[in-house]
Design a protein around this ligand. Sequence first.
Ligand code: MRU
Length: 330
Amino acid sequence: MALPATVQWNGDARSGSLLLLDQTLLPARIETLEIRELDALIAAIRRLSVRGAPAIGVAGAYGCVLALRAGGGDAALQRLADARPTAVNLRWAVERVRNAAGGNPDKALAEARAIHEQDRATCQAIGRHGAPLLAGAAGVLTHCNAGALATAGTGTALAPMFAAHQQGMRFRVFADETRPLLQGARLTALELAEGGLDVTVLADNMAADVLRRGWVQAAIVGADRIARNGDTANKIGTYGVAVLCRAHNVPLYVAAPRSTFDASLADGSGIPIEQRNEDELRQFNGAQIVPKMAKVYNPAFDVTPASLIAGFITEDGVFRAAELAGWLAP
Ligand code: MRU
């Protein structure tokens, strides 16, 4: 079963539409949303129909076309940029299209297409640079989904796995299910299995056991925003995975494009963390699982300190945290 494109623009700037694979329904149903209005896109981003930092960036770039053709100005573009606060790719893409378009929807579409194509090529490069890190590994651990469903290409964290597999390396991938929205179980497992990789889903609380058994030699995760010193915001639970990897001497790599780095932030303390609706935790499959009297805490992301990250796999190569400031300098 080939999945439709994660994000696709159909037609010209004036009458075309944005097609999004609705990720809230996967893997049970494959449905594509056709989006023609800015508010519909903002709602789709908020409910995670399109998700993953680079994919949100590409969708946001096309969203500028929707905003501009409806006569929306800077306020409309700002609303789009603010749809989700943590992944800096969204703000980056909206800024880039805003600057290139000067209010013209045709120019906005050309720039959005360039961002889309660039992300595809970036994923390829991340795969190429990351694959050698998996040489000899029997098992690889990942958290959340940073594959084709989160980008315009083969992914960030998953790209080295796909590339290594294509080169003939054979290893197991352990995918944390990633509570509460199950991106690992629903999306990563789907993509890897479809790609012919050997994938095993773990409840989040099982990763420690798998590491202690020695089944994992490397972990790779994606990122939503990375500060100049390498502190990295990614899906809630990534910090726990990083601590576990350090305790078991397993290197944890962060795979991300340049557009996920926020050079304006010296460290991770300034990264805004999205807090999500408490019903995501209170309910499971529509059933109430938390007593009404109890409070819940539901941050979408956490920040992993750079000291726990063995390297950053980017389109320009693999960097250590101490090398990032030089790479990011204009
Ligand atoms: O809330 P989500 O599903 O958008 O969170 C996604 C992640 O945390 C990914 O790991 C990150 O965006 C990198 S995607 C290449």
